[in-house]
Write a protein that binds this ligand. Structure first.
Ligand code: NAD
Ligand code: MN
Length: 353
């Protein structure tokens, strides 16, 4: 029997609820298959831990995590810790520590889900986000702190190597899809250094992929295209900040933030990759048992695919689609179902197939 070691980091808020639900679904799939099993190990790395012990990740924690086949992550963020602390101390520490430079975010309207967007059923996108540098490289500083002349800088860092590898990844992904289209997104009219380098390297890499249909768009313009002509987009490649924003828009256009998944990949496999729903810890609904767990299920399907369990991944996606089509939906989608209702329904469906 194949065995997969998965590190589980539920984190904060609804992260705990949706990851618990996702683990049940993964266990149901392993049970159904009989050919593989999971060895889950839970990590309590959270804002609660930070408040009690002064750290999110204990000493030697990343070293320990590096031995796993994959990481299943919930969300981090607490009203008692500044967001820039929680993000950098936990999520970015893992993404950057394990060089998970390719962040992949699919967006599609699942059956039975109502999008407010006209023509939303045309959405079938993958947003590829550079996940290791750019605007989130952590460079910058503050001088004259607290004084009237205070200055804060936020310095984006783009390296040729970092740009080339994400473009190459995006081209390969676009090439593997039926439409083979890739849209380059930057802001190289107003930002004339790192952004121009992004564009140049893109067109250099494009020469190796003559069968991929390419175009380019400025980041502000692409938001209108996502809303007005969703069918013209297939794969987008964009920087850390730009793709962060575009993928939240993509999630909302395809129905709810509670549905969308993401993979933080270290494509070379030197370190484990991390899989998470794109939503945060959602203070407003945490602890109420009403969070939509579909984002963490779709995330689990991406995790299965990464582990080479393609049959189970497909079985799970089909089960997710039957679930959303059935109308059993949480409040964010206009329904009244609880996290537990939805989780039980999908587990029974997987067992019954
Ligand atoms: P959020 O994603 O937590 O919530 C935004 C809105 O969407 C809220 O109204 C919430 O109730 C709703 N929502 C999100 N996920 C849902 C789900 N599964 N089911 C139903 N409704 C859902 O974003 P926010 O409010 O901007 O941030 C809250 C905290 O989460 C902050 O501390 C933020 O820094 C953190 N955050 C973390 C991550 C991450 O860990 N990757 C991502 C985004 C935000
Ligand atoms: Mn985001």
């Amino acid at each position: 029997m194949r065995s997969h070691r998965v590190a589980v980091i539920p984190g904060d808020g609804i992260g705990l609820e949706v990851i618990e639900a996702g683990k049940k679904v993964l266990a149901a799939l392993a049970n159904k298959s009989g050919d593989f099993q999971f060895e889950f190990e839970d990590f309590d790395w959270s804002s609660q831990r930070y408040i009690e012990k002064g750290e999110y990740i204990p000493k030697g924690g990343l070293e320990k995590l590096s031995k796993f086949d994959a990481i299943y992550f919930g969300a981090v963020g607490s009203q008692d810790v500044p967001d820039h602390v929680s993000l950098w101390e936990l999520r970015l520490a893992i993404c950057q520590g394990f060089d998970q430079y390719a962040n992949v975010r699919p967006a599609r309207v699942l059956p039975g889900v109502n999008s407010r967007l006209k023509g939303a059923d045309e959405i079938d996108w993958v947003i590829v986000r550079e996940n290791s540098e750019g605007e989130y490289s952590g460079n910058g500083g503050r001088v004259h702190q607290g004084l009237p002349d205070e200055v804060g800088t936020e310095v984006s860092v783009f390296t040729r190597k970092g740009i080339e590898r994400i473009h190459r990844f995006a081209f390969e992904l676009a090439q593997s899809r039926p439409r083979k289209k890739l849209t380059l997104v930057t802001k190289s009219n107003a930002q004339r250094h790192g952004m121009v380098l992004w564009d140049e390297v893109f067109f250099e890499v494009a020469k190796d992929f003559p069968d991929v249909d390419i175009d380019r768009e400025l980041v502000d313009a692409v938001t209108t295209r996502m809303v007005l002509k969703p069918e013209t987009i297939d794969v987008i490649v964009a920087t850390n900040l730009h793709a962060d924003i575009l993928s939240d828009l993509a999630a909302a256009l395809s129905g709810s933030l509670g549905i969308a998944p993401t993979a933080n990949l270290n494509p070379e496999g030197d370190f484990p990759s991390m899989f998470e729903p794109i939503h945060g810890s959602a203070f407003d609904i945490a602890g109420k048992g009403i969070a939509n767990p579909v984002g963490s299920f779709w995330t689990a399907a991406m995790l299965l695919e990464h582990l080479g369990e393609n049959v189970a991944a497909e079985r799970l996606m089909a089960a997710i689609e039957r679930l959303t089509a059935s109308g059993l939906q949480t409040r964010d989608l206009g329904g009244t179902a609880t996290t537990e209702d939805v989780t039980q329904a999908i587990c029974s469906d997987i067992e019954a197939q």
